[in-house]
Design a protein around this ligand. Structure first.
Ligand SMILES: O=C(O)[C@H](O)COP(=O)(O)O
Ligand SMILES: [Mg+2]
Length: 399
């Protein structure tokens, strides 16, 4: 069986050579500890980790560590993470260490992957060759089910493909999930009668591990046509449980709230790429990966590679829709599409519900910005005869 190769950036402390630091990772995550062991039988040596390479990079070093196949329990993602992203982050001999990527062999990528993926989601909406436009209902918490549904209706009337709850909205007293799903789906049916267009609504079913599948099933029974899960706070195995449940027959939209605690520091933590791979293996159909121009910052070169981890051919897993979200508005659409391509979901919360003429106009302005790009025209030019786009650009500008 093939082994796992994990890639790290690291900076050793002043008393440790780069080779020793890499070796410390390999030992800590396999058969070693801080001192020699009297219990280390010879046969255990076969499970030792190996430092494959160490090379200088910027202020630190890059290393590839080989972890033997046998130390992994196939199909147990929590256990995989405890090896490739475990104690090593706290080792005092490393001032900083960041997991940048993981090569999982096919034998350990033994998960179902996405049930829908990009093509499956496109099939539900009947779209081709264009990005999807989505919105997050704002304010992120506080609206009643009736008002949430009204905002959803207006966004659907204005032309969005996709509507989602925000990451902090689950089943609070001010907006119980069951009432919300029923109200939103009823208003989306109305919008569909008027526009003829199907819109997906991802209800946030994030919950404790032993309840999440039940909550998802309840949402689907009430009419939900998409689910959303906060994968970092709920855990990868929660996503796996949802994706593998036969009764769950709708796409799963994956939010990554809390990721920046791991991904933001370029020298320490976990890069987005391994997270993207895990989400794809576990069965997410859409995943937030970031923007090139939005409010959350981020590195465009890394983002392109993160998105490719979702969309490049990989062990037969369906490609996952990358989602650009966080501070987008119509004036930023050109930059996003130019850099990230059109196989993407472009989401705006404030950039739709903050439009001076309201949510429906905000949705139209986002769609017009996409149309402008697809027609090869600048947003400013297109705005000359598209009033909603004009008002958006007047308020927010084009950068
Ligand atoms: O969940 C998200 O992606 C954010 O709520 C985006 O909101 P914004 O478009 O208002 O920044
Ligand atoms: Mg949000």
């Amino acid at each position: 069986m093939e082994d796992v190769i994990a890639h790290y950036y690291f900076r050793p402390d002043g008393r440790t050579t780069p080779q020793e630091a890499a070796q410390a990772i390999a030992e800590e995550e396999t058969t070693g500890t801080w001192t020699a062991l009297t219990t280390r039988q010879d046969y255990v040596r076969g499970l030792d980790g190996t430092v494959e390479s160490v090379e200088e990079s910027g202020r630190g070093y890059l290393t590839a560590i080989r972890y033997p196949y046998e130390i992994f329990e196939p199909g147990n993602v929590a256990q995989y993470l405890s090896v490739v992203a475990g104690n090593l982050f706290g080792l005092g001999r490393l001032e900083a260490v960041r997991l940048t990527d993981v090569d999982f062999p096919e034998s350990l990528a033994c998960f179902n992957g996405p049930n829908f993926g990009i093509e499956g989601v496109r099939r539900l909406l009947g779209t081709r060759n264009r990005p999807h436009v989505g919105t997050i209902i704002k304010p992120k918490v506080g609206l009643t089910p009736t008002d949430t549904a009204l905002v959803a209706y207006e966004a659907a009337s204005g032309g969005v493909d996709f509507i989602k709850d925000d990451e902090t909205l689950t089943n609070q007293a001010f907006c119980p999930m069951a009432d919300r799903v029923e109200a939103v789906m009823a208003r989306l049916d109305e919008a569909k009668d008027e526009t003829g267009r199907q819109v997906l609504y991802a209800v946030n079913i994030s919950d404790r591990a032993d309840k999440i599948v039940e909550r998802a099933e309840e949402a689907i029974e009430l009419g939900a046509n998409t689910l959303m899960v906060d994968v970092i706070t709920c855990g990868y195995s929660a996503l796996q449980a949802l994706a593998e449940e036969p009764g769950i027959s709708v796409p799963i939209h994956v939010h990554r709230t809390m990721h920046a605690a791991m991904t933001r520091n370029p020298e320490h933590g976990i890069a987005m790429r391994p997270i993207a791979r895990l989400v794809r293996m576990m069965g997410g159909d859409q995943l937030h990966t970031g923007t090139v121009s939005g409010k959350m910052g981020g590195n465009a070169e890394e983002l392109i590679l993160d998105n490719r981890a979702l969309t490049d051919p990989w062990y037969g897993f369906k490609p996952v829709f990358p989602v650009a979200s966080g501070g987008l508005h119509p004036g930023k659409i050109h930059a996003e599409l130019e850099t990230l391509g059109t196989e993407i979901v472009l989401q705006a919360g404030g950039g739709i519900h903050g439009h001076p003429d309201g949510t429906a106009a905000g949705a139209r302005a986002m769609c017009q910005a996409v149309d402008a790009f697809l027609e090869g025209v600048s947003a400013s030019e297109y705005a000359k005869d598209h009033v909603e786009l004009k008002h958006a650009l007047d308020l927010w500008g084009t950068s």
